[in-house]
Write a protein of this length. Structure first.
Length: 173
């Protein structure tokens, strides 16, 4: 599997990094970190290729790159709005536009609460186009007792919708 992971905004960057760290080693991962996100120092996954957020000519910006899925975790409201309006002025928004154009899986994890009416309208628009809108929301049935368990639950749910096998959380019995 070939996966693009974009990290936009500074809030929640650790969750985006953990999403990458838990990925199986055989997944080819291409990472884009926005200017507003903190510097990501290292990844446990050895198959990570970093791309500059402003490199619109990067290999991953083309539909011919044939990526399986694109995720933006966390997804800032600015990035969400640009994707909803078809604005591709940086690499994260470009790879999202390519995912839509190529009808590939696109998962956005909006990170702000509460959601404004504009943000909800943008999410609705994108969901109607087949985008997976999956904010980092705790599922209480998982009975997580630590922050790490809650994060594994959310990441495991994201992996589930992307078709990535995992055992990061206790499944409902």
């Amino acid at each position: 599997m070939k996966l693009i992971v974009a990290i936009t905004g500074a809030s929640g960057i650790k969750l985006g990094k953990k999403f990458i760290d838990y990925l199986p080693k055989e997944i080819e991962v291409h990472v884009v970190v926005s200017d507003n996100a903190l510097t990501v120092e290292s990844f446990e996954n050895k198959q990570v290729t970093l791309h500059a957020h402003d490199n619109i000519a990067a290999s991953i910006s083309s539909g011919s790159f044939q990526v399986d899925a694109t995720v933006i975790i966390p997804c800032s409201m600015n990035t969400l709005a640009k994707v909803a309006c078809g604005i591709s002025d940086n690499l994260p928004t470009r790879v999202a536009a390519v995912a839509l154009k190529e009808q590939k899986k696109l998962l956005l994890a909006p990170r702000e609460l509460p959601f404004s009416a504009i943000a909800l309208e943008n999410m609705h628009k994108l969901a109607s186009l087949g985008v997976i809108i999956a904010p980092p929301v705790m599922g209480y049935y998982s009975e997580s007792s630590t922050l790490e368990e809650m994060e594994k639950f959310m990441i495991g749910k994201w992996y589930d919708v992307l078709g990535i096998e995992n055992n990061l959380y206790e499944r409902w019995k």
